[in-house]
Design a protein around this ligand. Structure first.
Ligand code: PEP
Ligand code: MN
Length: 363
């Protein structure tokens, strides 16, 4: 079944997966859009060609988009390449302009999702119109705010709703531009099992080098598609120049992704499993980081021992450490056998590091 107005499968969840939102961060000129779209069309069909027309920028006096003129350019792309075209809306006026122009798909940006007033104004403008709308997660790590925005759009009667995971602004986002916090995306998915969730790998990564890893992770989590900012000359882009791929790089990215089949057909089970595995991965990252920090301190102690000509192994101190940990382990229901072997391994590594320091410079 096809919705003639927008030429989109009504059963769009099954019909359109995986979603391919490819195109530049911003529409800059007729030529930039055409050359980019042509490059993409050489490798892909069934693309939702994205380009921002109104750009929400952190600082004024940066490129804020070409405005309404760009809508016509997008319609030309749709006609020439047979792509569907999508842009970001941040107000009721944007929605009206897009509907009048014949834009196929709308998305709500991260800076808009944070504000329920703005989302409601967009929802009101969408009443009675069944255009697909994708809602990006808010900048801050708040899944309820994201869900609330989706619910406002749903209540307006829009039936084709999707969500876009574009990472979150945490106190430390390294090495990403926006931390993926995958467990939040999984949590959102668990709450909204019926709507497609796609991953905006560009705004998470911030640089091309991280994109393959992020995209693979998104597919491993069974997401329904990708948004990838693509520009025929990324370095010359007027916005987000550091993160865009060329159409050829985009082709390589998608070619190298491994599509794994889901272990279980039961999506709810899989989501719950992913959710728990995500938690475990987070904890393991912390365990390794804490071990590294512990070993750095051990090395400092090693240098100190060297200066003061103290032996590396001090049995009494080691006994104290082990006893302390056995005691906390007991309180937390961890077996003495486990604690002892864990601490033996830690201690061995610590001694190894201190010995290297002591033997350095032949002293
Ligand atoms: C964009 O898609 O170009 C954009 C501005 O993204 P976000 O709303 O995720 O920051
Ligand atoms: Mn961008």
């Amino acid at each position: 079944m096809v919705d003639n107005k927008h030429n989109i499968e009504v059963d769009w969840l099954k019909g359109r997966r995986p979603f391919q939102f490819f195109g530049p961060c911003s529409a800059e000129s007729v030529d930039q859009l055409r050359i980019t779209a042509k490059g993409i069309s050489e490798h892909f069909q069934d693309v939702i060609f994205r380009a921002g027309i109104w750009k929400p920028r952190t600082r004024p006096n940066t490129f804020e988009g070409v405005g309404k003129d760009g809508l016509k350019w997008l319609i030309d792309i749709k006609e020439e390449f047979g792509f569907q075209v999508a842009t970001e809306v941040a107000s009721a006026a944007h929605v009206d302009a897009c509907l009048n122009a014949g834009i196929d798909v709308l998305w709500i940006g991260a800076r808009t999702t944070v504000n329920p007033f703005s989302v409601q104004a967009i929802a009101d403008a969408l009443k009675g119109v069944d255009i697909p709308v994708f809602v990006k997660n808010p900048i801050n790590p708040d899944v309820s705010l994201w869900s609330g925005a989706v619910e406002r759009i749903e209540k307006a009667g829009v039936s084709k709703i999707g969500a876009i995971h574009r990472g979150f602004h945490l106190s430390d986002n390294r090495p990403y531009r926006n931390a993926p916090a995958w467990e939040l995306a999984v949590q959102f998915r668990t709450e909204h099992i019926d709507i497609p969730l796609i991953c905006d790998v560009s705004h998470i990564s911030g640089v091309p080098e991280l994109i393959p890893h992020v995209a693979q992770r998104a597919f491993d989590l069974d997401m329904d598609g990708l948004m990838v900012e693509t520009h025929y000359k990324p370095k010359e882009a007027l916005s987000d120049a550091k993160q865009q791929l060329t159409p050829l790089q985009l082709h390589e990215l998608i070619n190298n992704l491994v599509f794994k089949s889901a272990d279980s057909k039961n999506a709810e089970f899989k989501n719950q499993l992913d959710f728990l595995r995500e938690k475990i991965d987070r904890i393991d990252d912390q365990v390794v980081e804490l071990m590294a920090t512990r070993m750095n301190i051990s090395e400092e102690i090693g240098s100190y021992k060297k200066e003061n000509q103290v032996t590396v192994l001090q049995i009494q101190r080691w006994q104290e450490i082990l006893q302390r940990s056995l005691k906390s382990g007991e309180a937390l229901n961890l077996s003495p056998k486990f604690i002892t072997s864990l601490y033996n391994a830690i201690h061995d590594e610590s001694i190894r590091k201190q010995t290297i320091i002591l033997e350095r410079d032949g002293k």
